[in-house]
Design a protein around this ligand. Structure first.
Ligand SMILES: C[S@@+](CC[C@H](N)C(=O)[O-])C[C@H]1O[C@@H](n2cnc3c(N)ncnc32)[C@H](O)[C@@H]1O
Length: 354
């Protein structure tokens, strides 16, 4: 598959990563004994599901992340038609593991460069999920030991396509000399697409650790166009951004919102708002949690794939989960942003500072 826009669009339309992950997670449910446990319950509340998994499978669900994984898994099973929600209770309806088999051609595409790193990352996460749910430590952190894993995952075709969309809509043609903050720059795919799409913008790169800087430097076309802020000047979400009010024309915030704890989200977005100029925008790439009404996240494969993603990345240190789009909208508006654009199953957002 060539990396041209048309080819990538056609590849993504096949939903291969969502299908493959759905298959993997359904197998996890059967192989772990989750299916057997839910089948024995028949009809159950979220609390019953957690207690039964603790009792039967030895899961330790005392912390928020692990307990939340059970909710995500149950919502995923509802999405796959294995569980029904009736009168506030779940009902197990499945007979056997349905799986989701890819054709030979689809298998070859899934193993290719565009999606292979993403799938390997999630499969590694799912393989660790049982241990994690029994109390084992997180599989990956944002440290130098895992930097190559993050790089292989984050450079996938789906995220790169969304980064291009985000970069193109960010400044609406006003890019000459604009100042852009790349918040949580990671291995540099954000800056790569910002520079490729927008040319001569001045990028300020900030992350809470410096572990990715050399990888990012090796990836971007114009290193001289980037000011790197030492991570010692920012302690991460919950501490103020080290910039004056009204510094930036735009901020780019990709794949990091699900690492912001719920109780800090208001602070984080108020502080981004503060650091933007009037007329500036923050441009966010992050899935939204599939809504029961299917209005925000409407594509059936994206819904399943997003739940697989949420469950899998939960085994990484600091993961908080995807946020509900209605809740995000309320929070962004309360901060003072005007919602400019919400696209692609509420995974790409432009918020304007009036
Ligand atoms: C999944 S990576 C995304 C990186 C990059 N934006 C991209 O899309 O390739 C998540 C980013 O959030 C940052 N991050 C994770 N936890 C954080 C925290 N508590 N405070 C600040 N940044 C954090 C990581 O350093 C990393 O750069």
């Amino acid at each position: 598959v060539k990396r041209g826009g048309q080819d990538i669009r056609r590849l993504l339309a096949l939903s291969l990563s969502h299908k493959r992950l759905t298959d993997r997670l359904l197998h996890f449910v059967w192989e772990e004994g989750v299916a057997r446990t839910f089948a024995a319950l028949g009809r159950f509340s979220p609390g019953d599901a957690a207690s039964a998994l603790e009792r039967e499978l030895g899961y330790d669900l005392r912390d928020r992340v692990r307990l939340r994984m059970v909710r995500v898994l149950t919502d995923f099973l509802c999405e796959c038609g294995q569980v029904e929600m009736k009168d506030g209770c779940y009902i197990w309806t499945a007979g056997e593991c349905p799986g989701c088999v890819l054709s030979d051609e689809e298998e070859a595409l899934a193993a290719g460069e565009a999606l292979g790193g993403e799938l390997a990352f999630f499969e590694g996460c799912i393989a660790h999920a049982g241990k994690f749910l029994r109390g084992a430590p997180p599989l990956y952190s944002f440290d130098s030991g895992a930097a190559h894993i993050w790089e292989e995952f984050l450079g996938n075709a789906e995220f790169n396509f969304a980064r291009q969309v985000l970069a193109k809509m960010m400044l609406a043609g006003q890019n000459g000399g604009a100042r852009v903050l790349d918040l949580c720059y990671g291995p540099g795919f954000d800056i790569l697409h910002i520079q490729q799409c927008l040319g001569d913008v001045r990028v300020t790169a900030l992350d809470f650790k410096d572990v990715f800087r050399n990888r990012a430097l090796g990836r971007i076309p114009n290193p001289a166009g980037v000011e790197w802020i030492d991570s010692g000047r920012w302690q991460g979400f919950g501490s103020p951004l080290p910039f004056e009010d009204g510094t930036f024309d735009a901020a780019f915030f990709a794949c990091a919102d699900p690492y912001v704890p719920a109780e800090l989200r208001g602070f984080v977005y108020r502080d981004i708002f503060r650091a933007l100029k009037r007329g500036g925008s923050v441009n966010i790439l992050s899935h939204s949690y599939p809504d029961p009404e299917k209005k925000d996240v409407y594509d059936p494969w994206v819904r399943k794939g997003t739940l697989c993603h949420d469950f899998s990345e939960s085994v990484c240190e600091g993961w908080q989960g995807f946020y509900d789009a209605a809740e995000s909208r309320g929070l962004f508006e309360a901060v003072g942003f005007v919602i400019g654009d919400v696209m692609m199953n509420a995974s790409v957002w432009r918020l304007d500072k009036p």
